[in-house]
Design a protein around this ligand. Structure first.
Ligand code: NCD
Ligand code: ZN
Length: 346
C-alpha cells in the first residue's frame, strides 16, 4: 500500500509543554499555539507555579504571549511537600487548574522544590483521587545509587505501582515514558493510567547523544535509552491504544545553558513537533493511527471533547530552522538544520 501525500486530522493537543516565562515565553509559545489547540503547561518555572493564584497569573502571561492564536493553555500546579489540598481543589473546581505535577525533588530541571517523599503529600493525593484531578508524574527515582538509565523502571516498582495500589481511583499520567517496562506497565494497568510520548524519544536512542562527540542538544530527562526501548515506544505510540498520547516535552534552554560544562536537560522540539510525529507514523506505516495519538486519546483521558476543527499535513521536504533567536542568545530546535518530510499546511 502506498502512503498518502497528505493527511487531515482533528486538530491535535500537546499534553506536556514547557513554555518558560519572560522573553523565552514570548519566543516559544507561538510554535505550540500554531500546531496545537490546547496544551498542558508545565509549572517548573525558576520560581515554580505552586498555587492556583500563581497558575492564574501564569495563564494570563501565556495567553498574552500567544496573541490572537486560537489556543487554550491548560494549567498545572507544581506539588511541594507543603501543597494545600484545598487550594488545589478550589483551582480545579474553578477551571484554573487542570492537573498537578509531581516532580520528585532533584529529578530534573527546576525540581529542587519538588516532593521529597510521596508520603508527605498523601492528603493531597487523597483529595485529587476524590475530585478526579489528574496527577502528572515525572517518573524517575532520584536515588544516586540507581543508575540513570534505570531510574524510570525503578520508579515503577518503588513509587508508581504502590501509589496506584493505594489509590485505585486516581487518574495518573506517566509523563514522557522512555522504556519498554513503562510501555508494558501502562498497558497492564488500564484506563486510569495514561502516558505521554515525546517525538525525540521516538527518534533517538542513547547512542545518538554521543554520535561523533557529545551532543548536548539531545540531552533531556528522562534520558534516551537503548534502541529496544525506542522501538517499544514507536510500537506503543502507533498502536492507537487509548492510554498513549502526544506530549512533546518541548523544553527550551538557551545555547549558553546547553553548551556548558554542566548543560541543562531539555530538548526544544516545538518548532517541528507535529511534523516529526507524522514522519514517525509514516515510517511505521501507521498514518491512520496519528489522529488517535495526537488528537483523541489525550482529550478523552482528560475528559475533554476533541477539537472540532482539523489540520492538514503534507508530504513536503523542508529544513527545520537551525536556531531561533532569543535576545542575544539562541535556542537550538530538535532536528534543527535537518530536512524532514512532512509539513503542516497553511
Ligand atoms: C524539562 C525542563 O527543562 O523543564 N527537562 C527535560 O529534560 N525534559 C523538565 C522535565 O520535563 O523533566
Ligand atoms: Zn517536561
Amino acid at each position: 500500500m502506498t502512503s498518502p501525500d497528505s493527511i487531515t486530522i482533528q486538530r491535535p493537543d500537546d499534553w506536556h509543554v514547557h513554555l518558560r516565562d519572560g522573553e523565552i515565553l514570548g519566543v516559544v509559545a507561538p510554535f505550540t499555539a500554531k500546531q496545537f489547540a490546547r496544551a498542558i503547561i508545565m509549572p517548573n518555572l525558576s520560581s515554580p507555579v505552586t498555587t492556583s493564584a500563581d497558575a492564574s497569573a501564569y495563564r494570563d502571561r501565556v495567553k498574552a504571549a500567544c496573541g490572537s492564536a486560537d489556543f487554550t493553555p491548560l494549567m498545572t500546579a507544581y506539588l511541594t511537600d507543603t501543597t494545600d489540598p484545598h487550594d488545589l481543589a478550589a483551582g480545579f473546581a474553578d477551571g484554573v487548574l487542570t492537573a498537578a505535577k509531581l516532580y520528585p525533588a532533584g529529578a530534573t530541571t527546576n525540581s529542587e522544590s519538588g516532593v521529597t517523599d510521596i508520603s508527605k503529600i498523601e492528603a493531597v493525593i487523597e483529595k485529587m483521587e476524590e475530585i478526579s484531578m489528574p496527577l502528572l508524574v515525572h517518573g524517575e527515582v532520584t536515588d544516586p545509587d540507581v543508575d540513570i538509565f534505570d531510574r524510570e523502571a525503578v520508579f515503577i516498582d518503588r513509587v508508581l505501582q504502590p501509589l496506584l495500589d493505594r489509590h485505585p481511583g486516581l487518574k495518573v499520567v506517566f509523563e514522557h515514558i522512555t522504556t519498554q517496562p513503562a510501555v508494558q506497565f501502562v498497558r497492564a494497568t488500564g484506563p486510569k493510567l495514561g502516558a505521554t510520548i515525546t517525538p525525540h524519544h521516538l527518534m533517538i536512542n542513547r547512542s545518538d547523544m554521543f554520535k561523533g562527540g557529545i551532543r548536548p542538544h539531545l540531552y533531556c530527562l528522562p534520558v534516551a535509552k537503548r534502541e529496544q526501548h525506542r522501538l517499544a515506544l514507536r510500537e506503543a505510540a502507533t498502536s492507537g491504544e487509548a492510554n498513549f498520547f502526544l506530549g512533546t516535552d518541548t523544553a527550551p534552554h538557551t545555547v549558553a545553558a546547553k553548551e556548558s560544562a554542566c548543560g541543562c536537560a531539555g530538548i526544544f522540539s516545538s518548532p517541528a513537533a507535529l511534523e516529526l510525529y507524522t514522519q514517525v507514523f509514516d515510517e511505521e506505516g501507521a498514518l491512520d493511527k496519528l489522529e488517535a495519538f495526537a488528537s483523541l486519546n489525550g482529550a478523552a483521558f482528560y475528559g475533554l471533547s476533541p477539537n472540532a476543527d482539523t489540520v492538514t499535513l503534507e508530504r513536503k521536504t523542508w529544513r527545520v530552522p537551525e536556531t531561533v533567536s532569543v535576545g542575544d542568545d539562541a535556542l537550538k530546535p530538535f532536528m534543527g538544520g535537518e530536512e524532514i518530510s512532512w509539513k503542516l499546511a497553511g
